[in-house]
Design a protein around this ligand. Structure first.
Ligand SMILES: CC(C)(COP(=O)(O)OP(=O)(O)OC[C@H]1O[C@@H](n2cnc3c(N)ncnc32)[C@H](O)[C@@H]1OP(=O)(O)O)[C@@H](O)C(=O)NCCC(=O)NCCS
Length: 353
């Protein structure tokens, strides 16, 4: 494993915490290898799992075991970097493994805490009586359920995101991800840009004055986007949670971020079926930063998004920002303004981007 790829312990725990499940691998006393996909909980620096009293996991007790989670960051085809050779095909990923001995948990109080931690991960919205050792409802269940623990003797992880690649190779890969544009590709782009010092945002995703055009909303950016939208004239009936849902529910989202402060300056979204129609909505720029070309940059990038790029028509509604959209080929539909003063604009495929 290259040093640059190695993930520190804290990053390993964060990755393990992000995933609801992983694979537990070990062996039975007869030397039979066993692998099980399991939900896990993290408690006091150890991993906890549950299972039936007669299950195969019991045979793994008291033996070395490893539990691992992994996530694909980017699936990279060879032809993004070489038109002929198959060799450059690769997968960039993040993974974490906990190595240790698999133990059985017998203490009823600890079993209850572990089961409660599992439920918190699987059902954070609650909707059940909390699992406690003294709760009548769960006494029998706690007795019948086996709880297992893996105390780490070693924690390993990899963050393989092209740290050993040249900037121009990384740029070619980021461009490929943007063009292909699946949700995994766009999330992967932000992971690579945030974690690889050699990676720089493709020019088509750079706004005016160094503003970064972000292609996947983190929780924090989505939150800021919802705040930005809350004050717009069309957001009246929607609360923060509903505006957040409209951001996460978009098939295409672009944010404009100040590289110095990390603050979100603008947001734009689209729903789309990817081939026939796309609908642009929630385009807004922070009042303090309007008139500097950010709105134009957001619109340009959104029209180049994989879910919008190839659609036959793109539709939007606006009260007074027609001049922003006209240069991109949007035209007023014949219907005129509605009682709310809002008009519909349409862009047919083949119009300028
Ligand atoms: C509309 C908005 C997104 C434009 O963003 P921006 O960063 O200020 O715009 P830009 O600096 O990129 O300017 C884009 C062009 O559109 C024009 N334009 C922008 N907003 C406009 C408006 N409300 N009315 C008319 N023209 C407008 C500008 O004149 C500019 O053209 P120019 O470069 O030829 O001068 C922004 O002003 C905003 O958030 N407004 C409030 C919310 C809103 O109305 N959103 C649009 C909903 S459809």
């Amino acid at each position: 494993m290259s040093l640059e790829d190695r993930m520190d312990e804290e990053a390993c725990w964060q990755l393990l915490d992000r995933f609801p499940h992983g694979n537990l691998c070990g062996s039975t006393g007869q030397g039979t290898p066993v692998m099980r996909t399991l939900n896990h909980a993290i408690l006091d620096g150890a991993l906890y799992f549950h299972g039936a009293a007669t299950g195969e996991k019991r045979g793994m007790l008291g033996r070395p075991a490893v539990f691992g989670c992994e996530e694909v960051v980017a699936q990279i085809p060879s032809y993004w970097r070489d038109p002929i050779s198959a060799c450059p095909a690769t997968t960039w990923f993040q993974s974490a493994q906990v190595h240790g001995m698999l133990e059985s948990v017998e203490d009823a109080g600890l079993k209850a805490r572990a089961m409660s931690a599992l439920m918190n991960r699987l059902q954070p919205e609650g909707g059940h009586l909390p699992i406690r050792v003294d709760e009548e409802l769960y006494v029998k269940m706690l007795r019948a359920t086996c709880v297992f623990r893996l105390v780490p003797s070693r924690l390993t992880g990899r963050n393989k995101i092209g740290q050993n690649k040249q900037p121009e190779d990384i740029l070619a890969i980021l461009r490929g991800l943007w063009k292909r544009g699946t949700p995994q590709d766009l999330r992967g782009m932000e992971t690579i840009l945030a974690g690889n010092k050699r990676a720089s945002r493709p020019p088509e995703l750079c706004g005016p004055r160094g503003v970064e055009l972000i292609v996947h909303p983190s929780e924090c950016l989505a939150d800021q986007a919802a705040e930005l939208l809350r004050v717009q004239y069309w957001s009246g009936p929607y609360d923060h949670g509903q505006l957040l849902q409209a951001i996460h529910g978009a098939q295409a989202w672009i944010g404009a971020r100040d590289p110095q402060t990390g603050r979100l300056l603008g947001t734009a979204a689209a729903v789309s079926n990817g081939s026939k129609q796309a609908y642009l909505y929630d385009v807004a720029v922070d009042l303090q930063h309007q008139g500097k070309g950010i709105g134009k940059a957001l619109t340009k990038a959104l029209l180049d998004h994989a879910m919008v790029r190839g659609t036959r028509t793109v539709i939007l509604r606006t009260r007074d920002a027609m001049e922003l959209y006209r240069p991109f080929g949007f035209e007023l539909t014949g219907g005129g303004a509605g009682p709310d003063g809002i008009v519909t604009m349409l862009r047919k495929q083949g119009a300028p981007a």
